[in-house]
Design a protein around this ligand. Structure first.
Ligand code: FAD
Length: 478
């Protein structure tokens, strides 16, 4: 600790990224402060992963018990399922408070000083904080980590009243269940809420501006996911249309415009609208100019060591992690970046490998992926001159999936046919979010499919879907 500074490290933002950085730095013996203007834990804990997964857990159970046809195949006959919306909401809210409390305690126990207020840069080694009472203080520090996260992006023309027209910030509270809800956007947040709402008896329409629904997912995964998550639930989809105007009220009025011709094609009236059209970085009012940061579409540019950049130049002592950097905007990415930033602050030279970070959508069944998309893999293969291998392994050939009567699933593995190196994987099916991890680990360890195909998997488990893919791939390596 350098006594010329108030702190060794000041972290702005106590989401997953900031939490990880602050805790890790304190454990390494640094004197650390973390500044938070909202709720400790940020998006993930308060409005993201934690409450949404609590809702999905409850709605998944409702779905399972209410799926009489499925149960009858086991010879089980259930009586009509009854649920209390408010109790499901309580489950999510209680979980949020518990996780938030634990996270705050953990930080305190690690010796991190928590400062409540809105932080901003005042140069490379100075941070200003304005608290809720308007009191402004300046602190000096050797290093700064920006971890200010992101907020829902709301396209122009859409007015929120946070009751009938709202974002995931409100949806996670499950304050009411619209009879008919329109979800704008078919990314992972839109899909997860479609899963919750349909399980709880709402009628859902998904509106997507791009040509196809689920545009960010692998096309083979989309095909099977559409059948299971959309068609089988009678979700109406409208793609290639912009919701150009949404007026809150009872009913909510939606004006839909053709994405290409820009002509109004439809007017809808629904009970509620969830706007799930992506996230925007929280990079305003941070006085970024004071150190020469120029954001790119609002995101703070960083290198693979989490150093903030101005063009090619490194801005000394300033680091950034998490959603505000725009890289694979997930909680575990933010945390991984937080650890790496601190290691590098302490003199290491560690770089992140985004190619081995998995992503999941926690619908029933789940969707997951890691590494390259097939399109990107094709492009890289032709640029680098190797042959791309693609194998598919099906849940319908897996004993565990068959025993569970959950055999609609697919794993697509992308690999280098010359070296056997794993490049990416995309999964749809039961427990896909857990299954992806072993492939992510293989990518991170730079293993090849010859080696991986010799690893023995437990029988009968879903992990054998991965084993089959590895074996198939190994047989194709030249
Ligand atoms: P945030 O969590 O956004 O935290 C930033 C914090 O900084 C906030 O608390 C904010 O109040 C504070 N802040 C901002 N500006 C200032 C300032 N100037 N001064 C002081 N404090 C400031 N990710 C997953 O990995 N798995 C999931 O299942 C998942 N589900 C999600 C579901 C939903 C509905 C949503 C919206 C997101 C989900 N995510 C999920 C994404 C995940 O929540 C984010 O990637 C993660 O929270 C990013 O962490 P962060 O630390 O970068 O930022």
């Amino acid at each position: 600790t350098d006594t010329n500074f108030d702190f060794d490290l000041i972290v702005i933002g106590a989401g997953y990224g900031g939490f990880d950085a602050a805790k890790h730095a304190a454990e390494k013996g640094l004197k650390v402060a973390i500044i938070e203007s909202g709720d400790m834990g940020g998006t993930c804990v308060n409005k993201g992963c934690v409450p949404s997964k609590a809702l999905l857990a409850a709605s998944g159970k409702v779905r399972e018990i209410a799926n009489y046809e499925h149960l009858a195949k086991f010879g089980i006959h259930a009586s009509p399922v009854r649920f209390e919306r408010s109790k499901i909401a309580d489950h999510a809210n209680n979980l949020v408070s518990n996780v938030r409390e634990n996270l705050t305690k953990t930080l305190k126990r690690s010796g991190v000083e928590i400062i409540l207020g809105f932080g901003r840069l005042e140069g490379n080694q100075k941070v200003g904080v304005r608290d809720n009472n308007g009191i402004d203080r300046i602190f000096t520090c050797k290093n700064i980590v920006l971890a200010t996260g992101s907020s829902p992006f709301v396209p122009p023309g859409i007015t929120l009243d946070n009751r009938t027209v709202f974002t995931s910030d409100e949806a996670v509270k499950l304050e009411w269940l619209p009879r008919w809800i329109a979800i704008i956007g078919s990314g992972y947040i839109g899909l997860e809420f479609a899963d919750v709402y349909t399980a709880l008896g709402c009628e859902v329409t998904i509106i997507e501006a791009l040509e196809n629904i689920m545009p960010t997912f692998d096309p083979d995964i989309t095909k099977i996911a559409k059948k299971n998550l959309i068609q089988s639930r009678d979700i109406d989809t409208k793609s290639n249309v912009f919701a150009t105007k949404i007026t809150p009220g009872c009913p909510v009025k939606i004006e839909l415009t053709d994405a290409k011709s820009k002509e109004i094609v439809e007017n809808l009236e629904v009970d509620g609208v969830l706007v799930a059209t992506g996230r925007s970085p929280n990079s305003k009012n941070l006085n970024l100019d004071s150190v020469g940061i120029e954001t790119i579409k609002g995101y703070i540019p960083i290198d693979d060591q989490m150093r903030v950049l101005n063009g090619e130049k490194i801005i000394p002592n300033v680091w950034a992690v998490g959603d505000v950097t725009g890289k694979l905007m997930l909680a575990h990415t933010a945390a991984a970046q937080g650890t790496i930033a601190v290691e590098n602050i302490c003199g290491e030279n560690i770089e992140i490998n985004y190619g081995s970070i998995p992503a999941a959508t926690f619908t029933h069944p789940e969707i997951s992926s890691v590494g390259l998309s097939e399109t990107d893999a094709k492009e890289i293969a032709s640029k680098e001159g190797f042959t791309l291998g693609v194998v598919k392994s099906y849940f319908k050939a897996n004993s565990k999936a068959l025993a569970e009567l959950e055999s609609d699933g697919i794993l697509k593995l992308l690999f280098n046919k010359d070296s056997g190196k794993v490049l990416g994987a995309h999964i749809f099916g039961m427990h896909a979010a857990d299954l992806i991890q072993e492939i992510a680990n293989a990518i991170s360890r730079n293993q090849d499919v010859m080696q991986l195909s010799t690893e023995v998997h437990t029988h009968p488990t879903l992990s054998e879907v991965v084993e089959v893919a590895y074996k198939q791939a190994a047989s194709q390596v030249k």
